[in-house]
Design a protein around this ligand. Structure first.
Ligand SMILES: *Cc1c(COP(=O)(O)O)cnc(C)c1O
Length: 369
């Protein structure tokens, strides 16, 4: 039996490097609450991501929720259904109403030509997603936000290390939220961050992530516990030392996939974007059944039979989740619906052997009729 291939494999530093990084905690007993590792990781990230300011949180989801809270967002938030549950749930859990904008067929981000028609007098913000690490139509979104006085919160969970026109992807909008979950390009086991420019926003995030506590006898606002602990920060510090290497290795894997799967009739690949330095976060493939002869589910099953776990990412759309049954009209996001039915993300991680990529592509090509 050939070995199981999962869709991703978490990056880890050499064990000795991590042990070295956490050793001093056995002297200090400082395990959480913005300790030295937290501070160091924050400084390193600010530099690596080329952003003005950043704060660290337990995970990417709390980054989204606390950002909504810090910006005092109420009412409707224009967003995309072609994303992970977290984006939509964050809006709903903050008491707001998601308004779903369709995506474009080229890079699967929000179709910026369809945003304005969704704006009402209740619209407070736009929450686009740099899905698969693809950069949203930042210029148009900023223009619309300015015209209608809306806040922009980017879900940048997929976009760690991505640059647009030479700038860090976290430097756009009112805030950009990153996830350092184990399955992402860059991880701190669990973790997240929000990038921003406004100092008052930063002050509010700092309060919110620690129960709103301002001082020993002063609680200023109602917040949860969303602090990153020292073990996660230490993992982040170690992984950050290797990130360029990891992304370079991912690039090799992706280029091999492209070599094998481009110019296959009925297969559509993620297009390279202009002015973007990518992070090779995912390898989505779209299967057009009428041309390829097999559909996405057929390919998914064929791979599963060989112990290869691809992922229907993103299927189903968030606006069709059971928990939102009857809340949204999915016919208003037809492109997203179509893409969600055709897409499969293939296994991709830094040390995925090219021979495995070949095996995966062979199985896919056998499905073609
Ligand atoms: C992973 C992810 C999140 C949530 O991040 P966590 O760190 O897992 O909480 C949010 N949005 C998108 C698009 C994601 O992929």
């Amino acid at each position: 039996m050939t070995e199981k291939i999962l869709v991703t494999k978490s990056s880890m530093p050499p064990l000795e490097e991590y042990i070295d990084e956490i050793k001093e905690m056995w002297d200090t007993h400082w395990l959480t609450n913005m300790g030295p590792k937290h501070k160091q990781f924050q400084v390193m990230l600010k530099e690596y991501l080329s952003v003005k300011d950043i704060d660290l949180l337990t995970n990417g989801h709390m980054a989204l929720e606390l950002t909504m809270q810090a910006l005092d967002i109420h009412g409707e938030v224009i967003t995309t259904p072609f994303t992970f549950a977290s984006t939509t749930h964050a809006i709903v859990r903050c008491g707001c109403t998601p308004v779903f904008c369709d995506i474009n067929e080229n890079d699967f981000t929000m179709d910026s030509s369809k945003i304005e028609e969704l704006i009402t007098d209740r619209t407070a913000a736009i929450m686009p997603v740099h899905v698969y690490g693809n950069v949203c139509d930042i210029e148009t979104i900023e223009h619309i936000a300015e015209k209608y006085q809306l806040k922009v919160i980017y879900d940048a969970a997929h976009a760690f290390g991505v640059r647009y026109k030479g700038k860090g992807i976290g430097s756009f909008g009112d805030a950009s939220c990153f996830s350092f979950h184990a399955t992402k390009v860059f991880n701190s086991i669990e973790g997240g961050a929000v990038c921003f420019t406004d100092a008052e926003f930063g002050r509010r995030i700092g309060l919110l992530k620690n129960f709103g506590i301002h001082g020993p006898e002063k609680v200023e606002t109602v917040g949860p516990n969303a602090k990153m602990n020292e073990f996660c920060a230490a993992m982040g510090i170690c992984n950050l030392r290797h990130i360029d290497d990891e992304i370079a290795k991912r690039k090799n894997v992706v280029e091999h996939y492209i070599e094998r799967l481009s110019n296959v009739e009925g297969i559509r690949l993620n297009q390279k974007q202009e002015d973007v330095q990518t992070n090779y976060a995912y390898f989505p493939v779209l299967f057009e059944e009428d041309i390829f002869g097999a559909n996405r589910d057929d390919v998914f099953e064929a791979l599963a039979k060989e112990n290869i776990k691809a992922r229907k990412y993103f299927y189903p759309l968030t606006n069709t989740f059971d928990c939102y049954h009857g809340c949204f009209d999915v016919s208003r996001t037809p492109v997203a619906l179509q893409v969600s039915r055709q897409v499969l993300t293939l296994p991709l991680y830094a040390d995925l052997p090219l021979s495995d990529v070949d095996r995966i592509c062979d199985i896919i090509m056998k499905c073609k009729r």
